[in-house]
Ligand binder design. Structure first.
Ligand code: CA
Length: 431
């Protein structure tokens, strides 16, 4: 059974001012070890190396997503909109709070190298033998499965799913505001209170009252600015490349039987793919960074150099290239080998538009499977219209962007060996 809390709890929050907890289940979930672990994982991965304020954690973001969801539901219930199923309140709040509980340290880099997925870990943490599972099971026996279904977007009631994952969901609204606040940029600000007032539950979807269109335009503009200024930042990309290379090198060495001086057990189990929930939950950023500090002293020069670069922010520089298959790049590749560099590591071409963010494309599909829910405006009583059909601003920022490639490389060894490179290669790297 769901239980009200004996006394309302309040968290002070820089983005929402206060976060209110009114259910015993939510309070108990926050106090589980699995949720507390999120304090030790940064929301923005390596962005703190570009924007030093970006130290905020997935814990604060998760509380924020919960609070926005709570406010949306409270608005629906105060106005008694028939489109909102009241019995789903606690389920939606739990899914909002727990949607990121399976994130690991530096998730996106880790997932790419080790082929693991935080969404799957979230589901396992909800369903296997954890403190979170025990709290959810106290509500009802099938409650953990229901929360997992909302997060996996398979729950039969679409309106509950769209609170947590859609173009206007509580997740995006919180991370934009929070990331803007902690990076110190102003672009990410939009009028959250106004947006919360114009949302309506209609026909199994969360839609926007037509008069709220300008608030949504502002929100999408903020999103656009944040992607270009923060999420696609080329210096952050450089730090992610080095991080991925550390994991990649560790994996290569491990598979070749290299004797590490220090190999933390959860990383070893990630490497030999025997990791379970208990071992996974030990992984946080401190754990990964303690390994990097030790690996600085490994005898493998490449691994130790990469760790030193990451820890001391000696990042790769980049040049912009329009065609990664250019013969001059092939030539540079050859010359890198001649001066003792390893092009598998020291020359990495990056196309910065494959991030798990997008501005807004009403009809695009992510990875070919996940359909993006369009933002719909509610005209008069029940007619719905997709926002880009109405808004010139939205149309102009939803076009396709021609991206450039960036070629990342370590500058110091190139400078040191510049006289051994051809004039064309020197010019390419501006030496
Ligand atoms: Ca999130």
């Amino acid at each position: 059974m769901a239980q009200p809390i004996t006394e309302e709890k309040v968290f002070k929050d820089p983005v929402h001012k206060y976060i209110y907890v009114q259910d015993q289940t939510i309070w108990d979930l926050i106090n589980t070890s699995e949720f507390q672990r999120l304090r030790r994982i940064r929301q923005l991965g390596t962005s703190y190396l570009t924007f030093h304020g970006a130290e905020h954690s997935r814990f604060s973001h998760s509380l924020g997503v919960y609070e926005i969801t709570r406010k949306i539901i409270s608005q629906f219930e105060r106005n008694d909109y028939p489109g909102w199923p009241r019995e789903e309140r606690l389920l939606a709040l739990c899914a909002a709070l727990l949607h990121d509980v399976g994130h690991g340290p530096f998730s996106h880099s880790l997932e790419e190298v080790f082929d693991t997925h935080h969404e799957q870990w979230t589901v396992r943490i909800l369903l296997e033998d954890t403190e979170v599972n025990a709290v959810l099971r106290r509500v009802s026996d099938d409650f953990p499965e229901k929360v997992a279904a909302v997060i996996s977007k398979t729950y039969p009631n679409p309106i509950v799913v769209s609170l947590i994952s859609s173009q206007m969901d509580a997740d995006r609204m919180d991370y934009l505001l929070r990331d803007a606040y902690f990076t110190g940029v102003n672009y990410g600000n939009f009028d959250l209170e106004r947006i919360l007032r114009v949302l309506r539950p209609v026909q199994g979807k969360i839609v926007v009252k037509e008069s709220g269109m300008h608030a949504i335009e502002h929100y999408l503009m903020s999103r656009y600015q944040m992607y270009w200024q923060i999420y696609f930042h080329p210096v952050t990309r450089s730090s992610e490349i080095i991080l991925r290379q550390i994991f990649r090198r560790a994996k290569e060495l491990y598979e070749s039987g290299y004797a590490f001086q220090m190999m933390p057990s959860s990383i070893a189990r990630l490497l030999d793919q025997t990791i379970d929930v208990k071992a996974y939950l030990k992984l946080d950023e401190a754990y990964a960074q303690a390994a990097f500090i030790q690996w600085e002293d490994e005898s493998d020069e490449l691994l130790s150099e990469l760790c030193r670069r990451f820890l001391n922010r000696r990042l790769y520089k980049y040049i912009t290239v329009s065609d990664p298959a250019d013969t001059l790049i092939e030539e540079a590749h050859r010359q890198f080998v001649q001066i003792g560099l390893n092009p598998d590591y020291h020359m990495e071409i990056d196309f910065p538009f494959d991030q798990p963010y997008d501005v807004y494309r009403p009809d695009s599909k992510k990875g070919g499977k996940e359909e993006k829910t369009p933002i719909l405006l509610l005209e008069d009583e029940e007619r719905l219209i997709e926002i880009s059909a109405k808004s010139d601003i939205v149309r102009s920022i939803t076009g396709l962007h021609q991206g450039e490639y960036h070629l990342y490389y370590p500058e110091e060894p190139l400078l040191a060996a510049a006289d051994r490179l051809s004039p064309e290669v020197r010019e390419l790297f501006k030496l």
